[in-house]
Design a protein around this ligand. Structure first.
Ligand code: CTP
Ligand code: MG
Length: 177
Protein backbone atom coordinates (compact mmCIF):
# COMPACT_ATOMS: atom_id res chain seq x y z
CA UNK A 1 0.00 0.00 0.00
CA UNK A 2 2.76 2.45 0.98
CA UNK A 3 4.58 1.65 -2.25
CA UNK A 4 1.42 2.39 -4.25
CA UNK A 5 1.00 5.73 -2.47
CA UNK A 6 4.62 6.70 -3.12
CA UNK A 7 4.30 5.74 -6.78
CA UNK A 8 1.07 7.71 -7.11
CA UNK A 9 2.60 10.85 -5.60
CA UNK A 10 5.76 10.45 -7.66
CA UNK A 11 3.77 10.18 -10.88
CA UNK A 12 1.65 13.19 -10.01
CA UNK A 13 4.37 15.58 -8.80
CA UNK A 14 4.83 17.16 -12.28
CA UNK A 15 1.10 17.95 -12.15
CA UNK A 16 0.96 19.08 -8.50
CA UNK A 17 3.84 21.54 -8.68
CA UNK A 18 2.52 23.77 -11.51
CA UNK A 19 -0.82 24.18 -9.80
CA UNK A 20 0.69 25.29 -6.51
CA UNK A 21 3.50 27.38 -7.97
CA UNK A 22 1.42 29.41 -10.48
CA UNK A 23 0.50 31.83 -7.69
CA UNK A 24 4.21 32.62 -7.19
CA UNK A 25 4.56 33.67 -10.83
CA UNK A 26 1.23 35.48 -11.14
CA UNK A 27 1.53 38.37 -13.56
CA UNK A 28 -0.57 41.07 -15.15
CA UNK A 29 -1.69 39.95 -18.60
CA UNK A 30 -4.66 37.59 -18.25
CA UNK A 31 -4.90 34.58 -20.57
CA UNK A 32 -8.35 35.80 -21.72
CA UNK A 33 -6.90 39.31 -22.36
CA UNK A 34 -9.72 40.69 -20.23
CA UNK A 35 -12.36 39.61 -22.75
CA UNK A 36 -16.02 39.05 -21.91
CA UNK A 37 -17.93 35.88 -22.92
CA UNK A 38 -21.45 35.96 -24.45
CA UNK A 39 -22.98 35.61 -20.98
CA UNK A 40 -21.50 38.97 -19.93
CA UNK A 41 -18.90 37.41 -17.59
CA UNK A 42 -15.13 37.24 -18.16
CA UNK A 43 -14.04 34.24 -20.27
CA UNK A 44 -11.57 33.01 -17.60
CA UNK A 45 -11.16 35.92 -15.20
CA UNK A 46 -8.21 37.87 -13.79
CA UNK A 47 -6.86 34.90 -11.79
CA UNK A 48 -5.43 33.20 -14.90
CA UNK A 49 -2.36 35.00 -16.22
CA UNK A 50 0.25 34.09 -18.84
CA UNK A 51 3.04 34.36 -16.28
CA UNK A 52 1.24 31.95 -13.95
CA UNK A 53 0.51 29.57 -16.82
CA UNK A 54 4.06 29.54 -18.19
CA UNK A 55 5.87 29.72 -14.83
CA UNK A 56 3.70 26.95 -13.42
CA UNK A 57 4.18 24.72 -16.45
CA UNK A 58 7.97 25.18 -16.47
CA UNK A 59 8.15 24.40 -12.73
CA UNK A 60 6.27 21.17 -13.29
CA UNK A 61 8.56 20.19 -16.15
CA UNK A 62 11.64 21.01 -14.04
CA UNK A 63 10.39 18.78 -11.21
CA UNK A 64 9.68 15.97 -13.66
CA UNK A 65 13.20 16.19 -15.09
CA UNK A 66 14.72 16.13 -11.60
CA UNK A 67 12.61 13.10 -10.60
CA UNK A 68 13.71 11.25 -13.72
CA UNK A 69 17.37 12.06 -12.97
CA UNK A 70 16.90 10.69 -9.45
CA UNK A 71 15.29 7.56 -10.84
CA UNK A 72 18.05 7.06 -13.42
CA UNK A 73 20.84 7.51 -10.89
CA UNK A 74 19.41 5.13 -8.31
CA UNK A 75 18.10 1.59 -8.36
CA UNK A 76 14.79 2.58 -6.83
CA UNK A 77 11.77 0.67 -8.13
CA UNK A 78 9.78 3.79 -8.83
CA UNK A 79 7.88 4.78 -11.99
CA UNK A 80 9.80 6.16 -14.94
CA UNK A 81 8.89 9.28 -16.94
CA UNK A 82 9.86 7.58 -20.15
CA UNK A 83 9.25 8.96 -22.80
CA UNK A 84 10.38 12.06 -20.91
CA UNK A 85 7.80 14.20 -22.76
CA UNK A 86 5.15 12.87 -20.40
CA UNK A 87 6.40 15.46 -17.89
CA UNK A 88 5.29 18.15 -20.36
CA UNK A 89 1.77 16.77 -20.79
CA UNK A 90 1.39 16.15 -17.04
CA UNK A 91 2.49 19.69 -16.21
CA UNK A 92 0.81 21.62 -19.03
CA UNK A 93 -2.29 19.41 -18.75
CA UNK A 94 -2.58 20.35 -15.07
CA UNK A 95 -2.57 24.03 -16.00
CA UNK A 96 -5.07 23.48 -18.81
CA UNK A 97 -7.38 21.72 -16.35
CA UNK A 98 -7.13 24.76 -14.09
CA UNK A 99 -8.02 27.07 -16.99
CA UNK A 100 -10.98 24.86 -17.96
CA UNK A 101 -12.17 24.96 -14.35
CA UNK A 102 -12.05 28.76 -14.31
CA UNK A 103 -14.05 28.82 -17.56
CA UNK A 104 -16.75 26.70 -15.90
CA UNK A 105 -16.66 28.82 -12.71
CA UNK A 106 -17.28 32.00 -14.69
CA UNK A 107 -20.20 30.39 -16.55
CA UNK A 108 -21.68 29.45 -13.15
CA UNK A 109 -21.07 33.08 -12.08
CA UNK A 110 -18.69 32.00 -9.33
CA UNK A 111 -16.42 35.00 -8.73
CA UNK A 112 -12.66 34.82 -9.15
CA UNK A 113 -11.16 33.26 -6.04
CA UNK A 114 -14.46 31.97 -4.70
CA UNK A 115 -14.51 28.20 -4.20
CA UNK A 116 -16.08 25.56 -6.42
CA UNK A 117 -15.56 22.43 -4.31
CA UNK A 118 -14.26 19.25 -5.96
CA UNK A 119 -13.56 21.12 -9.22
CA UNK A 120 -10.99 23.32 -7.43
CA UNK A 121 -9.29 20.24 -6.00
CA UNK A 122 -9.36 17.90 -8.99
CA UNK A 123 -9.20 20.14 -12.09
CA UNK A 124 -5.45 19.70 -12.46
CA UNK A 125 -5.64 15.93 -11.92
CA UNK A 126 -8.05 15.41 -14.80
CA UNK A 127 -6.29 17.97 -16.99
CA UNK A 128 -2.98 16.16 -16.54
CA UNK A 129 -4.55 12.74 -17.09
CA UNK A 130 -6.51 13.67 -20.20
CA UNK A 131 -3.64 15.45 -21.98
CA UNK A 132 -1.20 12.66 -21.10
CA UNK A 133 -3.65 9.98 -22.22
CA UNK A 134 -4.14 11.76 -25.56
CA UNK A 135 -0.41 11.89 -26.33
CA UNK A 136 1.05 8.94 -24.41
CA UNK A 137 -1.78 6.45 -23.86
CA UNK A 138 0.55 3.42 -23.52
CA UNK A 139 2.58 5.09 -20.78
CA UNK A 140 -0.58 6.31 -19.11
CA UNK A 141 -2.26 2.88 -19.01
CA UNK A 142 0.95 1.20 -17.80
CA UNK A 143 1.47 3.64 -14.93
CA UNK A 144 -1.96 4.90 -13.92
CA UNK A 145 -3.52 1.62 -12.88
CA UNK A 146 -6.94 1.68 -11.20
CA UNK A 147 -5.50 1.50 -7.63
CA UNK A 148 -3.08 4.35 -8.43
CA UNK A 149 -5.91 6.46 -9.86
CA UNK A 150 -8.06 5.85 -6.78
CA UNK A 151 -5.19 6.90 -4.49
CA UNK A 152 -4.63 10.05 -6.57
CA UNK A 153 -8.31 11.02 -6.43
CA UNK A 154 -8.39 10.55 -2.65
CA UNK A 155 -5.04 12.15 -1.81
CA UNK A 156 -4.96 15.07 -4.27
CA UNK A 157 -7.71 17.13 -2.62
CA UNK A 158 -6.08 16.63 0.80
CA UNK A 159 -2.67 17.68 -0.53
CA UNK A 160 -4.12 20.58 -2.49
CA UNK A 161 -5.94 21.98 0.53
CA UNK A 162 -2.87 21.55 2.76
CA UNK A 163 -0.61 23.38 0.30
CA UNK A 164 -3.17 26.16 -0.14
CA UNK A 165 -3.47 26.69 3.60
CA UNK A 166 0.33 26.96 3.79
CA UNK A 167 0.30 29.44 0.87
CA UNK A 168 -2.42 31.42 2.61
CA UNK A 169 -0.53 31.52 5.91
CA UNK A 170 2.63 32.63 4.09
CA UNK A 171 0.59 35.44 2.56
CA UNK A 172 1.04 34.13 -0.99
CA UNK A 173 -2.56 33.22 -1.51
CA UNK A 174 -5.58 35.42 -0.87
CA UNK A 175 -7.90 32.56 0.10
CA UNK A 176 -7.11 29.28 1.82
CA UNK A 177 -8.64 27.18 -1.05
N1 CTP B 1 -2.49 32.21 -11.18
C1 CTP B 1 -2.05 32.84 -12.35
N2 CTP B 1 -2.15 32.18 -13.53
C2 CTP B 1 -2.67 30.93 -13.61
C3 CTP B 1 -3.13 30.30 -12.44
C4 CTP B 1 -3.03 30.97 -11.23
O1 CTP B 1 -1.56 33.97 -12.32
N3 CTP B 1 -2.74 30.34 -14.82
C5 CTP B 1 -2.36 32.95 -9.88
C6 CTP B 1 -3.42 34.06 -9.75
O2 CTP B 1 -2.85 35.13 -9.03
C7 CTP B 1 -4.49 33.37 -8.94
C8 CTP B 1 -3.67 32.51 -7.98
O3 CTP B 1 -2.55 32.08 -8.78
O4 CTP B 1 -5.32 34.27 -8.25
C9 CTP B 1 -4.41 31.33 -7.40
O5 CTP B 1 -4.80 30.44 -8.44
P1 CTP B 1 -6.27 29.82 -8.49
O6 CTP B 1 -6.75 29.46 -7.16
O7 CTP B 1 -6.23 28.79 -9.55
O8 CTP B 1 -7.11 31.07 -9.10
P2 CTP B 1 -8.31 31.91 -8.49
O9 CTP B 1 -7.82 33.30 -8.23
O10 CTP B 1 -8.95 31.17 -7.40
O11 CTP B 1 -9.31 32.05 -9.73
P3 CTP B 1 -10.54 31.13 -10.17
O12 CTP B 1 -11.73 31.58 -9.40
O13 CTP B 1 -10.66 31.41 -11.62
O14 CTP B 1 -10.18 29.71 -9.89
MG1 MG C 1 -8.62 29.57 -6.22
Amino acid sequence: MLELIINALWLMLPAYVPNSSAVLFAGETPVDFGKIFIDGERILGPGKTFRGLIGGTLSGIAIGLILQLVKDSTALGIPSFEPIYVVVTLSFGAMLGDLAKSFVKRRLRVERGKPLPIADQLDFVFGAWILTYIFFSDWFIRNFTIPIMVIVIVLSPLLHITVNIIGYKLGKKKEPW
